[in-house]
Design a protein around this ligand. Structure first.
Ligand code: 6PG
Length: 248
Protein backbone atom coordinates (compact mmCIF):
# COMPACT_ATOMS: atom_id res chain seq x y z
CA UNK A 1 0.00 0.00 0.00
CA UNK A 2 1.58 3.33 -1.02
CA UNK A 3 2.81 5.17 2.06
CA UNK A 4 2.32 8.80 1.10
CA UNK A 5 -0.66 10.30 2.86
CA UNK A 6 -2.83 12.76 0.98
CA UNK A 7 -2.22 16.46 1.48
CA UNK A 8 -5.51 18.25 2.14
CA UNK A 9 -5.98 21.95 1.52
CA UNK A 10 -9.32 23.29 2.75
CA UNK A 11 -10.09 26.66 1.20
CA UNK A 12 -12.88 29.11 1.91
CA UNK A 13 -14.87 28.95 -1.30
CA UNK A 14 -14.87 28.21 -5.03
CA UNK A 15 -12.89 31.37 -5.83
CA UNK A 16 -10.15 30.25 -3.46
CA UNK A 17 -10.28 26.73 -4.85
CA UNK A 18 -9.77 28.10 -8.35
CA UNK A 19 -6.86 30.28 -7.27
CA UNK A 20 -5.18 27.55 -5.24
CA UNK A 21 -5.57 24.99 -8.02
CA UNK A 22 -4.35 27.39 -10.71
CA UNK A 23 -1.28 28.21 -8.62
CA UNK A 24 -0.63 24.50 -8.11
CA UNK A 25 -0.88 23.95 -11.88
CA UNK A 26 1.54 26.82 -12.57
CA UNK A 27 4.02 25.59 -9.94
CA UNK A 28 3.94 22.04 -11.31
CA UNK A 29 4.32 23.32 -14.86
CA UNK A 30 7.24 25.62 -14.09
CA UNK A 31 8.98 22.92 -12.08
CA UNK A 32 8.52 20.25 -14.79
CA UNK A 33 9.65 22.56 -17.58
CA UNK A 34 12.71 23.59 -15.56
CA UNK A 35 13.58 19.97 -14.80
CA UNK A 36 12.59 18.17 -18.02
CA UNK A 37 11.88 20.83 -20.60
CA UNK A 38 8.18 19.99 -20.79
CA UNK A 39 4.99 19.65 -18.73
CA UNK A 40 2.63 16.73 -19.37
CA UNK A 41 -0.75 17.25 -17.74
CA UNK A 42 -4.06 15.38 -17.88
CA UNK A 43 -7.04 17.67 -17.35
CA UNK A 44 -10.13 16.81 -15.32
CA UNK A 45 -13.61 17.00 -16.77
CA UNK A 46 -16.93 17.90 -15.22
CA UNK A 47 -17.82 21.41 -14.07
CA UNK A 48 -15.52 22.18 -11.13
CA UNK A 49 -12.33 22.66 -13.16
CA UNK A 50 -13.87 25.19 -15.57
CA UNK A 51 -13.18 28.05 -13.16
CA UNK A 52 -9.59 26.90 -12.70
CA UNK A 53 -9.01 26.76 -16.45
CA UNK A 54 -10.54 30.20 -16.96
CA UNK A 55 -8.27 31.62 -14.26
CA UNK A 56 -5.23 29.97 -15.85
CA UNK A 57 -6.15 31.66 -19.12
CA UNK A 58 -6.48 35.04 -17.36
CA UNK A 59 -3.16 34.45 -15.60
CA UNK A 60 -1.41 34.46 -18.98
CA UNK A 61 -1.75 38.24 -19.09
CA UNK A 62 0.57 38.35 -16.06
CA UNK A 63 4.21 37.92 -17.16
CA UNK A 64 5.04 36.24 -13.83
CA UNK A 65 2.42 33.54 -14.39
CA UNK A 66 2.79 33.17 -18.17
CA UNK A 67 3.75 29.66 -19.33
CA UNK A 68 5.74 28.62 -22.44
CA UNK A 69 2.72 26.76 -23.87
CA UNK A 70 4.82 25.19 -26.60
CA UNK A 71 6.31 23.10 -23.78
CA UNK A 72 2.94 22.15 -22.30
CA UNK A 73 1.29 18.89 -23.46
CA UNK A 74 -2.36 18.48 -22.58
CA UNK A 75 -4.20 15.19 -22.28
CA UNK A 76 -7.57 14.26 -20.78
CA UNK A 77 -8.09 11.86 -17.88
CA UNK A 78 -11.46 10.92 -19.28
CA UNK A 79 -14.09 11.84 -21.84
CA UNK A 80 -17.71 11.28 -22.46
CA UNK A 81 -18.70 9.15 -25.47
CA UNK A 82 -19.69 12.19 -27.50
CA UNK A 83 -18.26 14.34 -30.32
CA UNK A 84 -15.89 17.21 -29.39
CA UNK A 85 -18.51 19.91 -29.96
CA UNK A 86 -21.09 18.22 -27.72
CA UNK A 87 -22.16 20.17 -24.62
CA UNK A 88 -21.14 17.13 -22.55
CA UNK A 89 -17.61 17.00 -23.97
CA UNK A 90 -14.78 17.53 -21.46
CA UNK A 91 -12.59 18.58 -24.36
CA UNK A 92 -15.10 21.25 -25.37
CA UNK A 93 -15.17 22.60 -21.79
CA UNK A 94 -11.36 22.79 -21.67
CA UNK A 95 -11.16 24.31 -25.15
CA UNK A 96 -13.71 27.02 -24.32
CA UNK A 97 -12.25 27.90 -20.90
CA UNK A 98 -8.50 27.52 -21.54
CA UNK A 99 -7.11 25.96 -24.71
CA UNK A 100 -8.63 28.49 -27.11
CA UNK A 101 -7.24 31.35 -24.98
CA UNK A 102 -3.57 30.37 -24.71
CA UNK A 103 -0.92 29.97 -27.43
CA UNK A 104 -0.70 26.17 -27.13
CA UNK A 105 0.18 24.49 -30.44
CA UNK A 106 -2.65 22.30 -31.70
CA UNK A 107 -0.33 19.29 -31.86
CA UNK A 108 0.26 19.66 -28.08
CA UNK A 109 -3.39 18.90 -27.28
CA UNK A 110 -4.35 15.22 -27.28
CA UNK A 111 -8.11 14.87 -27.45
CA UNK A 112 -9.89 11.57 -26.80
CA UNK A 113 -11.93 10.83 -29.93
CA UNK A 114 -15.27 10.46 -28.18
CA UNK A 115 -17.05 10.45 -31.53
CA UNK A 116 -15.63 7.04 -32.44
CA UNK A 117 -16.64 3.56 -31.33
CA UNK A 118 -15.74 3.59 -27.60
CA UNK A 119 -13.32 0.67 -27.71
CA UNK A 120 -11.57 2.08 -30.79
CA UNK A 121 -11.30 5.50 -29.15
CA UNK A 122 -9.76 3.97 -26.02
CA UNK A 123 -7.28 1.85 -27.96
CA UNK A 124 -6.35 4.82 -30.15
CA UNK A 125 -5.74 7.08 -27.15
CA UNK A 126 -3.73 4.42 -25.39
CA UNK A 127 -1.51 4.08 -28.49
CA UNK A 128 -1.10 7.86 -28.58
CA UNK A 129 0.14 7.72 -24.99
CA UNK A 130 2.65 4.98 -25.79
CA UNK A 131 3.88 6.91 -28.83
CA UNK A 132 4.14 10.24 -27.01
CA UNK A 133 5.97 8.80 -24.01
CA UNK A 134 8.05 6.44 -26.23
CA UNK A 135 7.17 3.40 -24.15
CA UNK A 136 6.03 -0.16 -24.78
CA UNK A 137 2.66 -1.60 -23.75
CA UNK A 138 4.09 -3.06 -20.51
CA UNK A 139 5.46 0.32 -19.34
CA UNK A 140 3.59 3.19 -17.69
CA UNK A 141 3.63 6.85 -18.70
CA UNK A 142 4.27 9.24 -15.84
CA UNK A 143 2.25 12.43 -16.07
CA UNK A 144 3.70 15.42 -14.25
CA UNK A 145 0.19 16.29 -13.09
CA UNK A 146 -3.20 14.61 -13.33
CA UNK A 147 -6.17 16.73 -12.31
CA UNK A 148 -9.24 14.90 -11.05
CA UNK A 149 -12.68 15.63 -9.68
CA UNK A 150 -14.90 13.53 -7.45
CA UNK A 151 -18.54 12.77 -8.07
CA UNK A 152 -21.12 12.56 -5.23
CA UNK A 153 -20.89 8.75 -5.62
CA UNK A 154 -17.13 8.80 -5.11
CA UNK A 155 -16.25 8.24 -8.76
CA UNK A 156 -13.28 9.94 -10.33
CA UNK A 157 -12.35 10.35 -13.98
CA UNK A 158 -14.87 7.87 -15.41
CA UNK A 159 -14.12 5.18 -12.85
CA UNK A 160 -17.59 4.71 -11.41
CA UNK A 161 -18.48 2.44 -8.48
CA UNK A 162 -18.95 -1.20 -9.56
CA UNK A 163 -17.87 -0.43 -13.13
CA UNK A 164 -15.64 -2.87 -15.06
CA UNK A 165 -12.72 -0.43 -15.47
CA UNK A 166 -12.00 -0.60 -11.74
CA UNK A 167 -10.57 -4.09 -12.26
CA UNK A 168 -8.25 -3.07 -15.12
CA UNK A 169 -4.56 -3.46 -14.21
CA UNK A 170 -2.85 -3.61 -17.61
CA UNK A 171 -4.53 -1.14 -19.97
CA UNK A 172 -3.89 2.60 -19.70
CA UNK A 173 -7.14 3.75 -21.25
CA UNK A 174 -10.40 1.82 -21.49
CA UNK A 175 -14.00 2.21 -22.60
CA UNK A 176 -15.98 1.84 -19.39
CA UNK A 177 -19.67 0.94 -19.51
CA UNK A 178 -21.51 3.09 -16.95
CA UNK A 179 -24.82 1.43 -16.09
CA UNK A 180 -26.48 4.48 -14.62
CA UNK A 181 -25.87 6.48 -17.78
CA UNK A 182 -26.44 3.50 -20.05
CA UNK A 183 -23.42 4.71 -21.98
CA UNK A 184 -19.69 4.27 -22.37
CA UNK A 185 -17.13 6.66 -20.94
CA UNK A 186 -13.45 6.76 -21.95
CA UNK A 187 -11.14 6.80 -18.96
CA UNK A 188 -7.62 6.51 -17.62
CA UNK A 189 -7.27 3.40 -15.49
CA UNK A 190 -6.27 3.31 -11.83
CA UNK A 191 -2.69 2.11 -12.48
CA UNK A 192 -2.14 4.98 -14.91
CA UNK A 193 -3.44 7.49 -12.37
CA UNK A 194 -1.22 5.91 -9.72
CA UNK A 195 1.90 6.33 -11.83
CA UNK A 196 1.51 10.12 -11.87
CA UNK A 197 4.12 12.37 -10.28
CA UNK A 198 1.23 14.36 -8.84
CA UNK A 199 -2.53 13.93 -8.64
CA UNK A 200 -4.63 16.94 -7.69
CA UNK A 201 -8.29 16.43 -6.73
CA UNK A 202 -10.61 19.43 -6.87
CA UNK A 203 -13.80 19.09 -4.83
CA UNK A 204 -16.36 21.80 -4.23
CA UNK A 205 -19.83 21.97 -2.74
CA UNK A 206 -22.00 20.50 -0.02
CA UNK A 207 -23.17 17.65 -2.26
CA UNK A 208 -19.72 16.09 -1.93
CA UNK A 209 -19.46 16.45 1.89
CA UNK A 210 -20.90 13.06 2.85
CA UNK A 211 -18.63 11.07 0.55
CA UNK A 212 -15.60 13.26 1.27
CA UNK A 213 -16.01 12.47 4.97
CA UNK A 214 -15.57 8.77 4.16
CA UNK A 215 -12.88 9.33 1.55
CA UNK A 216 -10.68 11.63 3.62
CA UNK A 217 -12.03 10.86 7.06
CA UNK A 218 -11.84 7.73 9.12
CA UNK A 219 -13.04 5.20 6.57
CA UNK A 220 -10.54 2.37 6.72
CA UNK A 221 -11.08 0.39 3.55
CA UNK A 222 -11.44 1.90 0.14
CA UNK A 223 -15.12 1.76 -0.74
CA UNK A 224 -15.08 4.51 -3.37
CA UNK A 225 -13.09 4.57 -6.61
CA UNK A 226 -11.39 7.88 -5.73
CA UNK A 227 -9.95 6.26 -2.58
CA UNK A 228 -7.96 3.92 -4.82
CA UNK A 229 -6.06 6.83 -6.35
CA UNK A 230 -2.81 6.76 -4.38
CA UNK A 231 0.21 7.66 -6.57
CA UNK A 232 2.91 5.06 -5.91
CA UNK A 233 5.72 7.60 -6.08
CA UNK A 234 3.88 10.81 -6.37
CA UNK A 235 2.12 13.56 -4.54
CA UNK A 236 -1.60 13.32 -3.73
CA UNK A 237 -3.20 16.69 -3.15
CA UNK A 238 -6.86 17.38 -2.35
CA UNK A 239 -8.06 20.95 -2.71
CA UNK A 240 -11.54 21.16 -1.21
CA UNK A 241 -13.73 24.08 -0.33
CA UNK A 242 -15.33 24.54 3.09
CA UNK A 243 -18.75 23.42 1.89
CA UNK A 244 -17.37 20.07 0.70
CA UNK A 245 -15.20 19.74 3.82
CA UNK A 246 -17.94 20.53 6.34
CA UNK A 247 -18.08 16.97 7.73
CA UNK A 248 -14.34 16.42 7.94
C1 6PG B 1 -16.40 13.85 -15.81
C2 6PG B 1 -15.30 13.91 -14.79
C3 6PG B 1 -15.81 13.45 -13.47
C4 6PG B 1 -15.94 14.69 -12.63
C5 6PG B 1 -16.77 14.42 -11.41
C6 6PG B 1 -17.01 15.73 -10.64
O1 6PG B 1 -16.14 13.50 -16.96
O2 6PG B 1 -17.52 14.22 -15.41
O3 6PG B 1 -14.19 13.32 -15.17
O4 6PG B 1 -15.00 12.52 -12.82
O5 6PG B 1 -14.63 15.12 -12.25
O6 6PG B 1 -18.01 13.88 -11.84
O7 6PG B 1 -17.74 16.56 -11.51
P1 6PG B 1 -18.11 18.06 -11.08
O8 6PG B 1 -16.81 18.81 -11.07
O9 6PG B 1 -19.03 18.53 -12.17
O10 6PG B 1 -18.74 17.99 -9.73
Amino acid sequence: MPSNAPEIKIVADVAQLNRTAADEFLTAAQSSIRARGRFCVALAGGSTPRGVYSLLAEDQSNPEKRLPWEKVFVFFGDERHVPPDDAESNYRMARESLLSKVPIPQQNVFRIAGELDANIAAAQYEQQLLNFFHIGPEEWPQFDLIMLGMGPDGHTASLFPDSPALQENHRKVVANWVEKFQSYRLTFTLPLLNHAAEVMFLVSGESKAEVLKDVLGSAKKAIYPCQRVRPENGRLLWIVDRAAAKLL
